[in-house]
Design a protein around this ligand. Structure first.
Ligand code: PAF
Length: 280
């Protein structure tokens, strides 16, 4: 496995692969890899000739009071894990290479990013769209893999690709969970044992909402009331938002229909946990 830290070198390599008709798969990450990332990499490995994973803790997607400085990092372990699932290249650029002196161009997806994470973390999606756009230009993938756990991010990236005529396919992959039901996230590393237990209220509330929808309840207000109550019963948890949305536009729905998605963020011990899933 090769480690590339120069964006220009990454571009040259990608051009060389493309000139020989090689299909490039790409998994962008901020490192501290877990089984969710590895599953994205396996998906890419199955269909692509060349597989690149990036590790870059992107400063522009963190707010001033967020966890950029403390975000968990373990590059050596990440390399071992990525190698074990057949990644060919780790792209590991520095912040100085990604945002050189004088950088002043940003990409912004509007509308879709206004609520939920966008409302709780102003500027977050502008940072995500900008870095993902840059990474796409550097890695030149045919396929890029993203987890559904960050569902609003996935929807925003799909929209960016469509709106800016980017020539690649975005592949969304199901959330990987611990056996307990907790959705995997690098930030789970911040949780204590009690915090991890409390974090199960997210998957429990999703299960409750699903149960109601599958038993014929279509009123989003009724489902949300019950699902929110599951979170509110957990003393260590504080609900940030919970909504039932259209799976593409993310518009809030009053009636649940096929594909409708419950999306939530909950703070547990100062860590924001995200979860979502289809109700029907
Ligand atoms: O989901 C993430 O890890 C990040 O938001 C991403 C897509 C790698 C961009 O920094």
């Amino acid at each position: 496995m090769k480690i590339v830290s120069e964006p220009k070198e990454m571009q040259r390599l990608a051009e060389e692969w493309r000139s020989r008709s090689g299909v490039i798969g790409f998994v962008p990450t901020m490192g501290y890899l877990h089984e969710g990332h590895l599953e994205l990499m396996r998906r890419g490995r199955d269909v692509c000739d060349h597989l690149v994973a990036s590790i870059f803790v992107n400063p522009t997607q963190f707010g001033p009071n967020e966890d950029l400085a403390t975000y968990p990092r373990n590059f050596d372990r990440d390399c071992e894990l990525a190698g074990s699932v057949g990644v060919d290249v780790i792209f590991y650029p520095s912040a100085e290479k990604m945002y050189p002196e004088g950088f002043q161009t940003y990409v912004e997806v509007t509308g879709l990013t206004a609520g939920m994470e966008g409302a709780s973390r102003p500027g977050h999606f502008k940072g995500v769209a900008t870095v993902v756009c840059k990474l796409f230009h550097q890695v030149k993938p045919h396929y890029a893999y993203f987890g559904e756990k960050d569902y609003q991010q996935l929807a925003a990236i799909r929209r960016m690709v469509r709106d800016l005529d980017m020539d690649l396919t975005i592949v969304g992959c199901p959330t990987v969970r611990e056996e307990s039901g907790l959705a995997l996230s690098s930030r789970n590393a911040y949780l204590s044992v009690e915090g991890k237990k409390a974090g199960l209220c997210l998957s429990r509330s999703l299960a409750r909402a699903r149960e109601l929808a599958r038993n014929g309840e279509t009123d989003a207000g009724v489902i949300l009331r019950e699902a929110r109550a599951v979170v509110e019963k957990e003393p260590l948890a504080r609900l940030d938002y919970m909504k039932i949305c259209h799976p593409e536009s993310l518009e809030e729905l009053e009636k649940v229909e096929s594909g409708s998605r419950l999306i939530m963020a909950v703070r547990v011990e100062n860590t924001r946990l995200l979860d979502n899933g289809p109700l029907l």
